[in-house]
Design a protein around this ligand. Structure first.
Ligand SMILES: [Zn+2]
Ligand SMILES: [Zn+2]
Length: 393
């Protein structure tokens, strides 16, 4: 059976893939600056052979492999960027770049996709159609997914389906979780600027302080968000405040930045209206000018029903019924993989990477970690999925 051969070959590759994951982990690079990372991937795939490689932008890469018979064009995507976090895991393979860390598991995603690449070359005769491996930069910041799908190299291949996985530290190894329809929230970044007037600290009556209204605004944002009458979950987080020039100057301006997440357009609109209302109230109460900018939007991620059925069947056939943890409500995490839906139907699923489900690691934290045996499941699922899509679809 070909499946048994793929299983065995994946098992044989596991030690090498763990080494690759650790290499990425030790050498993380921030969004849009993944120069060494993509160079490593390119060198690996060149040594492997079998792929046509196309650079996208400065740090993106599309690797294409064709089968011997005709069939659909399938995209498998891995994001490749890291986060501005100082690692505190204490591992021997800790990040060597101070202040930068693979704390979202993108090192694992890359190692899995390179494992899939090895399988595809080894079992190239089994490929029906074309498979694109997309190594995508700038998922965490910069909407790199949008750059991929708008690049002619991607569009020219006319993909019929695109699939991506993401590490899930709260799920046991050997499981996946996903749902049909809305799978992940959309996320908008917001920047609220409050403008007052500078004055000497001893003469506040001559200025217009922007710091006190900023604290009022932040409290009101949280209070109003918790009282929003929306039917679906909606969340707002202030993640950054910048303001003031010196301790003895009345602060003339403050920037309040954050994100809000929603799983339908009505909730998104309700949050934007709420922010505008709170800004207006703050301006009236404290005599400061306010303005709102939304510099980045990642769309709501919507899974294709038939692709979800197909991936669940692959998981069930290969790892049993218990390997599927059905999601009832969408995750409030976001992913710019949502942009790929502009080109073809998509499917995004969570891959269990928990070392201990009772004490799950936290994504985007300095102690984030994975059970590396999860790589086996990721490689196998993505390989079988890509090879057998026609059978399952
Ligand atoms: Zn991520
Ligand atoms: Zn992330």
């Amino acid at each position: 059976m070909i499946i048994d051969l793929i299983r065995n070959y994946t098992k044989e590759s596991l030690d090498e893939l763990i080494k690759i994951r650790r290499h990425f982990h030790m050498n993380p690079e921030l969004s849009g600056k993944e120069f060494q990372t993509v160079q490593y991937i390119e060198a690996f795939l060149t040594r492997l052979g079998g792929f046509t490689l196309q650079k996208v932008g400065k740090t993106g890469l599309i690797a294409t492999i064709k089968g011997v018979s005709s069939g659909p064009c399938i995209t498998l995507r891995a994001d490749i960027d890291a986060l501005p976090i100082t690692e505190a895991t204490g591992h021997s393979f800790m990040s060597r770049s101070r202040g930068v860390m693979h704390a979202c598991g993108h090192d694992v995603h890359m190692a899995i996709l390179l494992g899939v690449a090895k399988n595809l070359v080894k079992f190239q005769n089994e490929i029906k159609g074309t498979i694109l491996l997309v190594f995508q930069p700038a998922e965490e910041a910069g909407a790199g997914g949008k750059d991929i799908i708008t690049n002619s190299a991607y569009g020219a291949s006319a993909p019929t389906a695109a699939v991506a996985l993401h590490c899930a530290p709260h799920l046991p190894v050997g499981t996946i979780s996903l749902k049909k329809g809305v799978m992940c929230a959309g996320v908008d970044q917001f920047d609220i600027t409050l403008i007052g007037k500078a004055a000497h600290g001893s003469r506040p009556q001559e200025g217009q302080d922007a710091i006190v209204p900023a604290t009022y605004l932040i409290n009101e944002l949280y209070r109003a968000c918790s009282k929003l009458h929306v039917k679906k979950p909606a969340i707002l987080t202030v993640g950054m405040i910048q303001g003031g020039d010196a301790p003895n100057i009345i602060a003339p301006n403050v920037l309040v930045s954050g994100t809000f997440r929603s799983v339908d357009e009505a909730s998104r609109e309700a949050i934007i209206n709420m922010i505008n209302h709170v800004m207006m109230m703050t301006g009236k109460k404290y005599f400061v000018k306010t303005s709102l900018a939304i510099p980045s939007t990642y769309p709501i991620l919507i899974n294709d029903d038939r692709l979800v059925d197909a991936i669940m069947r692959v998981a069930k056939d290969n790892f049993g019924k218990k390997s599927i943890i059905k999601m009832k409500t969408p995750e409030l995490i976001s992913d710019d993989f949502a942009f790929y839906k502009e080109v073809s139907p998509i499917c995004y699923y969570l891959l269990g990477t928990a070392e201990d489900v009772k004490k799950p690691h936290i994504l985007h934290s300095s102690t984030f970690d994975v059970d590396e045996s999860s790589l086996y499941y990721g490689v196998l699922l993505q390989t079988i999925w890509a090879l057998d899509l026609k059978e399952y679809f």
